[in-house]
Structure formats: structure tokens, C-alpha cells
Ligand binder design. Structure first.
Ligand code: GDP
Length: 364
């Protein structure tokens, strides 16, 4: 699961991405930490993991992680091959969701590619490029389906009608994710790999002054209004401060956060929001060797969740012994939870819940 960071030049993408890679470097014992320069893997902050680690005092603590990919190079005209053009668009095709960074800070030393800071225009510029690219994909598909539809087969006629509808909406400037589609149509549309069908979060890069004053600036307000129409979330961050925060740990980090009156960093909020956007949840395994957070898709059943740990666990799945984090939190130890009868036995049809602490029983 990957989130692609996009945005026009000079909006603060690299600054934010640097904060991401530094935050990732902190969890150096994580196996995925060494990857290409444009990929950053960060731990997902989770107080529940910290609690379980205190309870078990394990040899190793392993957080869930999320992967960000820095997709630089989008400029006006990319869909027509300007800048890195198509290469850029193919990178977007590969990610599962988009974090779209927009500039909401004024700074005379940082030029804006279009002369003036205007985040809504910036969002529209990029969204339009993605819409153009999708239109091209859809038009090609229409040509092909038209030929197939000559046979008169219902399946092709229906597909053609759907494609025509999507094209009309794209022409109106509506991204696929905001279109009114039925469940089966959504499934169908997935096969077209359209760029504007990917879920998006807008990351509003605000100024230090706005961060300090806590007042919602005009530019941020406009981004929020825009995002609301799409049902998208907006995460305000100040990339410059995030870069500083990522250098710090523990008390020092808390101190700097305190100076800005913040509980947690914008990056942590972005990580959490991205996790939600991807429809991901966490379950835990907790023992003296390792306390670990595992990532699964919402709706995953117990055997498949067990398969995340090891394929043998899925193949030989017998049952899962499950306790919700909330129940375990009230106990001093897993033994106490057992004595109180709080641990449930669940079978192969059990749908995992966020925060489940699990012990899988399996045949080898
Ligand atoms: P990118 O082209 O989108 O990757 O943008 P960069 O991260 O390289 O940032 C462009 C310029 O804006 C750099 O000079 C940054 O130092 C500056 N910048 C980034 N974020 C902020 C911010 O939050 N406040 C201010 N004042 N400058 C920023």
C-alpha cells in the first residue's frame, strides 16, 4: 500500500518528504527501511502499541508502517507530455492513494510557478491534468468497446454506456472518485486504472505564523471548502516545522510541539489519515519476544490476517484467540484477561476488528 505525494513545484513536497524519510530512519530496526530515494517508510504512531509494549516488555517492538512515494515533476501540461509528463502520470497509476500538497504559505523568497499563491487554482491545475489523462484512457476504451458492442452483446452495450457517462462527467471536471456510481460500476471502473479514481488527501502547507496563531488562514479555508465538495480530508501542516520536528525525538520533540501548542506533529496526523484513507486497520500480536502491529484491509477475516504473519498460519488455521484492546487495557496482563474470561475464541469466518490483540492457533 503506497501513498503518492504530488503537487506543483515549490509547494513544499521535498521538505515534507524529507521529514518523512527522517521519521522513517528512526525506526531503523525495521526491515523495509532501505529503499529507493523517492520512497519513505514511516511507522504509524499508535498509543496502543506503546501500551502493549509496556505490558509485555518484549525484546522487540514493531510498529505498522506506511509507504510514501515522492512523485515530483508535475507541471501544467503534463498530460500532454510537458515536464516529466507521462512518466509522472505512470507513477501515479501505481500508488493506492494520493497526498496532494498545496501551498498555503506566502513567502517572497519562494517563487510560485504561476506567479501568485492560490491553492485552489493549484489543486485545479493538477486535478485537470489527471482528468485529461483519464479522458484519454476512457476515449481509447470507448473506441475499443464500440467495436465490441457491434455484436449487440448486452455486456458491451452496458459498458459503453458507463464509459460515455464517465467521459461526460470528466468533461465537466468531476474526478471519478466524486462521481455517483453504483457498487458494481465502481468494480467495473477499477479495471480502467483511472488516476482520478484514487482517494485523495489535501495537505495544506501553511506558514509558521498561521500555525502559531491557530487562526485558520484564508487560503486554508478555501482549500477546505474545495475539499468538502469532494468529501476529501484536509491536513494542515507546516512543512518547514515538520522538517525540524523530524530531527528531534522524545522530550525535545514534545517541547517544540508545545511551543506551537500542538499535541502531535502534522506528519503524524497525515500518516494516520493516510492509513484511514486506504481503508486499513491494525491488529496486534503481543508476547515476550515481540509486540507487533499488523496492517490489514478492513473486512479481512481471521485466517487471512493470520496469513500476514506466515502463510502456514493461514493454511493450518484452527482458531483465533482474540481480545479487544479496550478490554485488555483494563487488565494488568493477558493472564488476568484470560482469568476474567475476556478472551474470545473466533473461527475462520471472524472478521477482524481494529485493535484486536490476537493469538492464532494453527496446525503445522
Ligand atoms: P517542492 O518543489 O514542492 O518539492 O518544494 P520544496 O520542498 O523544495 O520547497 C520549496 C521552497 O519552499 C523551499 O525553499 C522551502 O524551504 C520552502 N518551503 C517549504 N515549506 C515551507 C513552509 O512551510 N514555509 C516557508 N516559509 N517556506 C517553505
Amino acid at each position: 500500500m503506497e501513498i503518492g505525494i504530488v503537487g506543483l513545484p515549490n509547494v513544499g513536497k521535498s521538505t515534507l518528504f524529507n521529514a518523512i524519510t527522517r521519521a522513517g530512519a528512526e525506526c531503523a530496526n525495521y526491515p523495509f527501511c532501505t529503499i529507493e530515494p523517492n520512497v519513505g517508510v514511516v511507522p504509524v504512531p499508535d498509543e496502543r502499541l506503546d501500551f502493549l509494549a509496556k505490558m509485555e516488555n518484549p525484546e522487540k517492538i514493531t510498529p505498522a508502517v506506511i509507504k510514501f512515494v515522492d512523485i515530483a515533476g508535475l507541471v501544467r501540461g503534463a498530460s500532454k507530455g510537458e515536464g516529466l509528463g507521462n512518466k509522472f502520470l505512470s507513477h501515479i497509476r501505481e500508488v493506492d492513494a494520493i497526498a496532494h500538497v498545496v501551498r498555503c504559505f506566502e513567502d517572497p523568497n519562494v517563487v510560485h510557478v504561476d506567479g501568485k499563491v492560490d491553492p485552489v487554482r493549484d489543486i485545479e491545475t493538477i486535478n485537470l491534468e489527471l482528468i485529461f489523462a483519464d479522458m484519454e484512457t476512457v476515449e481509447k476504451r470507448i473506441d475499443r468497446t464500440k467495436k465490441q458492442a457491434k455484436s449487440g452483446e448486452k455486456q458491451y452495450l452496458e459498458e459503453l454506456a458507463l464509459l460515455e457517462r464517465i467521459k461526460e462527467d470528466l468533461e465537466k471536471g468531476i474526478p471519478v472518485r466524486a462521481m455517483e456510481l453504483k457498487e458494481e460500476e465502481i468494480q467495473k471502473v477499477k479495471q480502467y486504472f483511472l488516476l482520478t479514481s484514487k482517494p485523495v488527501i489535501y495537505v495544506a502547507n501553511i506558514s509558521e505564523e498561521d500555525l502559531l496563531s491557530k487562526k485558520e488562514g484564508e487560503l486554508l479555508k478555501k482549500v477546505k471548502e474545495y475539499a468538502l465538495k469532494e468529501g476529501a480530508e484536509v491536513i494542515p501542516v507546516c512543512a518547514k516545522i515538520e522538517a525540524e520536528l523530524a530531527e528531534l525525538e522524545g522530550e525535545e520533540k514534545k517541547e517544540l510541539l508545545g511551543e506551537y501548542g500542538l499535541e502531535e506533529s502534522g506528519l503524524d496526523r497525515l500518516i494516520r489519515a493516510s492509513y484511514r484513507l486506504l481503508g486499513l486497520i491494525t491488529f496486534f500480536t503481543a508476547g515476550p519476544k515481540e509486540v507487533r502491529a499488523w496492517t490489514i484491509k478492513e473486512g479481512t477475516k481471521a485466517p487471512q490476517a493470520a496469513g500476514k504473519i506466515h502463510s502456514d498460519f493461514e493454511r493450518g488455521f484452527i482458531r483465533a484467540e482474540v481480545i479487544s484492546f479496550e478490554d485488555l487495557e483494563k487488565c494488568k496482563s493477558q493472564n488476568e484477561a484470560k482469568e476474567k474470561g475476556l478472551i474470545r475464541i473466533e473461527g475462520k469466518d471472524y472478521i477482524m476488528k481494529d485493535g484486536d490483540v490476537v493469538y492464532f492457533r494453527f496446525n503445522v
